[in-house]
Write a protein that binds this ligand. Structure first.
Ligand code: PGA
Length: 257
């Protein structure tokens, strides 16, 4: 990470876990042990229905609330969907876009990811754009080409002043929820390639200001080493973010770096 140029962001991605009451309980547990230091931004991305409970519970803590998805149309006949404006109006700050589980199970593509990035930015939200390769793609040796394509299509048509509001999360699909973490070298290599792709689109100033996270089985044991890499500016954390003590251990690792 490099605190001089960009924010360090530790974000939890709860996925389809916890009820509203469990959200409240988590916030109480977290409050008791959350460090007071100001180094990194802490974000908790929760299921849509838990957002009001999360906003209430985290209100007097330095914890921002994020959503895990949104729909790109502003309003209309899209039964079951949630717009960027609805999230913004509640007080949501971040929204995860293009998580590999959404790409894999819900048909998201680079095209819909790009539309969602535009919708989020239009509403004043900070998208956390997820990119990453599968094991097959890594073994085929096309990781860098693929990441380049995912980054460039996600940012397509996004002007520089808005691009600065985005966060990118490198999440190798083979490392998500598997307990298999990318080595610090693998994470560093791809995160650096992401910054290079952003530099080619917007120049050095914007590229160095964007937070790039690593995600995929990040835990209290491996967090420090991953976060020590110069282009790894935070984490997007699934499993380990569901337990307040583990989440805090990762926040402490980020504060230590
Ligand atoms: P994991 O999930 O930490 O459980 O691997 C990360 C993510 O999918 O964002």
């Amino acid at each position: 990470m490099n605190r001089r140029y960009r924010k360090t962001i530790i974000a939890g991605n709860w996925k389809m876990n916890k009820t509203a009451s469990e959200t409240k309980q988590f916030a109480e547990d977290l409050k008791a042990i959350l460090p007071k230091g100001k180094w990194c931004e802490v974000v908790v991305c929760v299921p849509f229905v838990n957002i009001p409970a999360a906003l209430r519970a985290f209100k007097d803590m330095r914890v921002a609330v994020g959503a895990e998805n949104l729909y790109y149309e502003p309003k209309g006949a899209y039964t079951g969907e949630v717009s960027a404006e609805m999230l913004k109006d509640l007080g949501v700050k971040y929204v995860i876009v293009g998580h590999s589980e959404r790409r894999q199970y819900f048909g998201e593509t680079d095209i819909t990811v790009n539309k969602k990035v535009h919708a989020a930015l239009e509403a004043g939200l900070h998208p956390i754009i997820c990119v990453g390769e599968t094991l097959e793609q890594r073994e085929m040796g096309i990781t860098m080409d693929l990441i380049n394509l995912q980054v460039k299509s996600a940012f397509s048509g996004v002007p520089a002043d808005k691009a600065r509001k985005c966060v990118v999360a490198y999440e190798p699909v083979w490392a998500i929820g598997t307990g298999k973490t990318a080595t610090a070298e693998q994470a560093a290599e791809v995160c650096t390639a992401i910054r290079t792709a952003i530099r080619s689109l917007y120049g050095a100033r914007v590229a160095r200001s964007i937070t790039i996270q690593y995600g995929g089985s990040m835990n209290p044991k491996n967090a420090f080493e991953l976060l020590s890499q110069p282009d790894v500016d935070g984490g997007l954390i699934g499993g380990a973010a569901l337990k307040a003590d583990q989440f805090v251990d990762i926040i402490n690792a980020a504060n230590q770096e």
